[in-house]
Design a protein around this ligand. Structure first.
Ligand SMILES: Cc1ncc(COP(=O)(O)O)c(C=O)c1O
Length: 394
């Protein structure tokens, strides 16, 4: 993949003409081509020319493109709302009896990968909360040690929202596979940015929204469920898309003795977020055009550059500069010295204020200054951030 392809990709983001955007871990920015595809949908609505078949083709195409990006079969992917939808769908579909348990690292997870388990806990399922490492990283060894004969699900983030370590999913997956435990991954921080091969990683379920690295909209996402599990999973909610029928008549009802879709569509509920599907279909086309391995290589190189620059300013990033735990997220400052959008460290507050003044879009999470790189970023972005940080601490 040649460099000009990245330049062309970058040129489609209006925000980047005015700002340095290092906040994909918070939310997406819109590419012109994605916006145009949403407009196609809106124009159809405006002109009363909306057609269900055209719309559903977009949903199918978006599903298929997401599947390609993840190296899986399209039938294993459901169009859902967001991470919470995907996680709750699995939480209520995996057969569990009183006394069974689920394993999760609550302190390293986004609340949307904790509350679903607390709710399931009310059914008499034990929620085994494993401590994170002192660095804030998910402790895969401890998670594996927490698994026993009654463990049904292990749930974890592919990359934590803060401090941003990449989890050793493949190792956790191998341990889960040996014990027939469902490994569920909250993949929203890595999807579209780091290269996944869900089958090789032994992932059984992968939930994401398109509102971050997939560069789509809020309220649309995907749930991958391995075909190994699908026949064992009965969704908690049911409506027509999840039922297998041999008619195309969308208002007809099958028998009361319904049969579930044989694949992941059994997790789809009612009408789709079509604006989200049009957006995702286009953004996935762009991402596939660049290539997932090429994207990962680029973001990790830029992240390493940012890491080096911050380290040279005596701001040690919390995440490793290289190796298997490196991700596209770079955080600085003491973990939990503050919270969502604020730090109790005046140093961090001062740097953050300066970055905001210079239109360097970043976030503060768990009290840390947080940056995240995507394929549209370039060396000049990193240089600008570093120059701004240097001025702030001078
Ligand atoms: C790791 C992680 N999981 C989940 C979410 C959001 O979940 P949902 O898509 O259900 O809103 C975020 C959003 O910041 C996140 O960082």
């Amino acid at each position: 993949m040649s460099q000009p392809d990245f330049d062309f990709f970058r040129s489609g983001f209006p925000a980047l003409k005015e700002k340095v955007y290092l906040s994909i871990c918070d939310k997406m920015i819109l590419h012109d081509a994605v916006r145009e595809n949403i407009d196609v949908f809106l124009d159809k609505l405006a002109m009363a020319s909306a057609n269900r078949v055209d719309h559903e083709e977009k949903v199918c195409s978006a599903r298929a493109r997401f599947a390609r990006l993840m190296g899986v079969d399209a039938a294993t992917v459901a169009a859902v709302k967001n991470v919470s939808d995907g996680i709750n769908s699995v939480a209520w579909a995996v057969p569990m009896a009183e006394g069974d348990n689920v394993v999760v690292t609550a302190e390293a997870e986004h609340p949307n990968n904790v509350y679903p388990w607390l709710r399931v806990g009310k059914r008499g399922v034990e929620v085994r909360i494993v401590p994170a490492k002192p660095t804030g990283e998910i402790d895969v060894t401890a998670m594996i040690a927490a698994i026993d004969k009654r463990t049904r699900i292990v749930s974890c983030a592919s990359v934590t929202f803060a401090p941003g370590h990449r989890t050793d999913i493949a190792r956790l997956g191998e341990a889960c596979r040996k014990r027939d435990v469902f490994l569920l991954v909250d993949g929203v921080q890595s999807a579209g940015i780091l290269a996944h091969e869900l089958v090789d990683e032994n992932i059984d379920g992968f939930a994401t929204s398109t509102s971050k690295g997939l560069l789509g909209l809020y309220g649309f996402g995907f749930l991958y469920v391995s075909s190994r599990w699908i026949e064992r999973l009965e969704p908690a909610y049911l409506s027509r898309p999840a039922v297998s029928m041999d008619t195309e008549d969308h208002s007809s009802m099958g028998g009361f003795d319904y049969v579930l879709q044989p694949d992941s569509r059994r997790f789809e509920l009612g009408s789709y977020n079509l604006a989200g599907a049009y957006a995702a279909d286009k953004s996935l086309e762009l991402l596939l055009g660049l290539g997932k391995k090429v994207i990962e290589k680029r973001v990790l190189e830029l992240a390493a550059l940012l890491h080096d620059g911050l380290s040279s300013l005596d701001l040690s990033p919390a995440v490793p500069r290289q190796g298997a735990r490196q991700s596209h997220i770079i955080t600085v400052g003491a973990l939990d010295a503050g919270g969502h959008g604020f730090s109790t460290d005046p140093h961090i507050t001062q740097i953050s204020a300066r970055l905001a003044e210079d239109d360097v879009i970043h976030t503060v999470r768990r009290g840390q200054l947080r940056f995240a790189v995507h394929a549209y970023n370039n060396v000049s972005d990193i240089e600008q951030v570093l120059s701004c940080v240097k001025t702030a601490i001078a």
